[in-house]
Design a protein around this ligand. Sequence first.
Ligand code: PLP
Length: 395
Amino acid sequence: MLQLAQGMSRLGTESAFEVLARANALAAAGKSIINLGIGQPDFKTPAHIVDAACKALKDGHHGYTPANGLPIVREAVAADLKKRHGVTVDPAQVVVVPGGKVTMFFAVLMFGEPGAEIIYPNPGFPIYESVIKFTGATAVPLPLLEKNGFGFSADDLLSRITDKTRLIIINSPANPTGAVTEDEEMRKLVKGLEKFPNVCVMSDEIYSEILYEGRKHLSLLTFESMRDRTIMLDGWSKTYAMTGWRMGYAVWPGKLAELATRLAINCHSCVNASAQFAGLAALTGPKDDVAKMCKAFDERRKFVVKALNDLPGVSCVDALGAFYVFPNIKGTGMTSKQVEEGLLNDVGIATIAGTSFGAHGEGYLRVSYANSLENIAESMSRMGQWLQAKGVKAA
Ligand code: PLP
């Protein structure tokens, strides 16, 4: 019998990929499927970005690049952060990686080991909990509650810090809820963290450009007192509809940039050269497509929140960021998993059970509205019929 490392039995997964595979298989078998499961923009990458990658290939950029990313890309990241968040970042602190996920893997590997505690949002992006457990560290959930619009409470978070806490993970705008942390709560957290100078924070800001109703993003990088212990995760996947290009980056504090680069050398060596040129074009080129995508997401968001609230047994709080909503389905009398499976198998609607984002997601469903208004409208109508057929009555 093969003797696998113990960590492998603790490694979780991201159900969105499993649901996507099931949905694709059902579609291949001829079933009409609408995918509200996977978290990726339904738009194509803007043309000037694709052109930049093609040009890079034609120009002969076929070799390895520096492990932390091309200097010109890291400089463009620093310039973009200056423009967006008003912060000055040394390009030497930027490490370009194949997708935002790699930053979280590296950050958790750096701090996680048996005896260490890492605080993470629950419901939250499933890979946080998975990797924390993989390292043998104790995963300390920070429950995010519907009554607070799924935002975190700084006091609640601070109360979970012990002398074993090494890393805190925060995420705003958030997956799976679309919640945006209130500036006040962020300031309170930063103030409270003054008492815990040895605790590092990984701030997952991958949805920072997808915000609605005039909300502005407040990056953790803007807090001077946190600069020597903030890992700011961001990337190209969501903002520029580039999920398949695998382009992400983080700003790492102090020596951690060198350690992240060392992990990169041990893992993937460097990011695909032509993808980096695409990333460069995204940061330095026109932003009209980004604005267009956000406008389309906003229309769908308003539509889907209302449509979900009109369904029997379902209620949905508004969400001010990302492209997810997290409706409460407790009134259906079914579990999250039962609703996920029933919707996919019976009426061809792919969604993700709230429990795929942690135990505190029971009673909820993640709905990604990165799909056309027409498809969203059709899926809401199928959902309504399905709920009626199940005998679910309006409250
Ligand atoms: N962080 C959050 C909160 C996400 O939702 C995702 C992707 O869904 C990522 C990070 C990873 O992004 P990438 O596809 O760039 O690895």
